[in-house]
Design a protein around this ligand. Sequence first.
Ligand SMILES: NC(=O)c1ccc[n+]([C@@H]2O[C@H](COP(=O)([O-])OP(=O)(O)OC[C@H]3O[C@@H](n4cnc5c(N)ncnc54)[C@H](O)[C@@H]3O)[C@@H](O)[C@H]2O)c1
Length: 334
Amino acid sequence: MVPDAIEEAVSKITVSVGRERYRVLIGEGLLKQLGKHVRKYLSRKTCAIIADDEVAQLFARRVERNLISTGFHPTLITIPAGEKSKTLTQAGAICDQMIGAGLDRQSFVVGIGGGVIGDISGFVAAIYQRGIPHVQIPGVNTRDGKNLIGAVHHPSLVIDDTDVLKTLPRREFNQAFAEIIKHAVIADAKMFRTLKVARAFWPAAAGETHALQSLIKRNIEIKSKIVAKDERDQTGQRALLNFGHTVGHAIERAGDYRKFLHGEALSLGIVAAGAISIKRAGLSPDQREAIVDLLRQFELPTRLPKNFQREKIFSALKFDKKFKGGKVRFVVTR
Ligand SMILES: NC(=O)c1ccc[n+]([C@@H]2O[C@H](COP(=O)([O-])OP(=O)(O)OC[C@H]3O[C@@H](n4cnc5c(N)ncnc54)[C@H](O)[C@@H]3O)[C@@H](O)[C@H]2O)c1
């Protein structure tokens, strides 16, 4: 697609959270124009590109070449792919490599990858030299539970190139739909109906990613609207985004972050939250069934394997960040 056509086909969203505002660009082929877009928002030269080793093989060289061709001085830092990399030790190791590369307060961070890279590269940007510009919201794991240590550090720019979804393994692609179905349940019945009839989201099948582009745009709008109301997770508004995550995170932990991907554990968590919502919020069994059917439609798990140790889920629940006064708290919907 020629540069001007790429420009026109780009969806632009401005996210405002507290005093912060940043731009999100969504569209095909944006990585080819990365440097040009970054240049508009950041007048800095040196940067760290942080990617996991799987994504680095696919995109890092192209990104590096593009940034160099637009006058930036990037240093590529790769970490092993997967949840196990979201640790303080890994964040520290990345900072050491950035110091070794001579990056300073005038530098910035580019995180390329999934949620793990988004979180750890954002955390590094939040702590390096007391904070430098970045592109996503961070979090790290401690021995006991998920996302218990973190920082709120808003990005300067988010670039969502839908082309990169074409290389995503089907299981990884499907797991993202747990968060999308969660957004539909908590905030958008119309999107719920759209998803029910959707057949063409799988890029390899659709061959193009326009349908995905508007879906991504809608989901960023939903999340940023909720985050804008409760940036620091204090009024309970933002907790809505945790629908399905109480049991979801506990199952992810009980499976040692290996058995289930984040979205697969979340799918099971949404099934549980649906059952609790019938009991505690008057959700109709039909609507709960509709949610379960939609999760199945996107090939997401809705039943625990027979041999899965259920008692490990209960012991993991107390590590949930909503746990208060010895009580497990669930987000429910009527
Ligand atoms: N900060 C937040 O608001 C927030 C929200 C949701 C989830 N998360 C976090 O995100 C993490 C889960 O993210 P994830 O599911 O993306 O996991 P991930 O980052 O580990 O990515 C999953 C796998 O997909 C590969 N991959 C990523 N992009 C690819 C591409 N374009 N092509 C081919 N392969 C690609 C990665 O190399 C990795 O092997 C969890 O740690 C969760 O806590 C954070």
